[in-house]
Design a protein around this ligand. Structure first.
Ligand SMILES: [Zn+2]
Length: 134
């Protein structure tokens, strides 16, 4: 389990979850398929994380990735996007930081009454900006 001090600079220079997971995976010489096997996390979800579609992780997923990538979970958590309260206005078209068109992604799930619900999220292709539609 590597702490911050023992990690190479190129890992610490990554500022997004996508880039950090990719860099850590390369450091450990793992393919996405191998990481999927080690963590039991689906390849599709790992691809979503590395492409920047998933910008934060559940405690369980973070812990599995930390174990497989041999780092403390905080190394992953520190680049996750968590400051939703900083979003002062909602624009579903463009990212306020990068001025890029947001990517729309729809999730399906069941609510507590087992009714099919849809969760729509909009992601910036470049930075961790994301908004949800209720
Ligand atoms: Zn952006």
């Amino acid at each position: 389990m590597k702490s911050k001090l023992s990690l190479p600079q190129f890992i610490l220079e990554t500022k997004t979850l996508a880039n950090r997971i990719l860099a850590l995976r390369n450091l450990n010489n793992l393919s996405i398929a191998e990481l999927s096997k080690l963590t039991k996390i689906k390849v599709q979800q790992l691809e979503d994380i590395e492409s920047g579609l998933d910008t934060w992780l559940s405690v369980v997923v973070r812990q599995k990735l930390a174990n497989a990538l041999k780092v403390e979970p905080v190394i992953i958590q520190e680049v996750e996007f968590q400051s939703y309260q900083d979003i002062k206005y909602i624009d579903k078209e463009t990212c306020p930081t990068c001025n890029l068109k947001l990517i729309k992604k729809t999730y399906h799930g069941l609510d507590h009454n087992s009714l099919d619900i849809e969760l729509v999220k909009y992601f910036c292709p470049k930075c961790p900006y994301v908004i949800s539609e209720n």
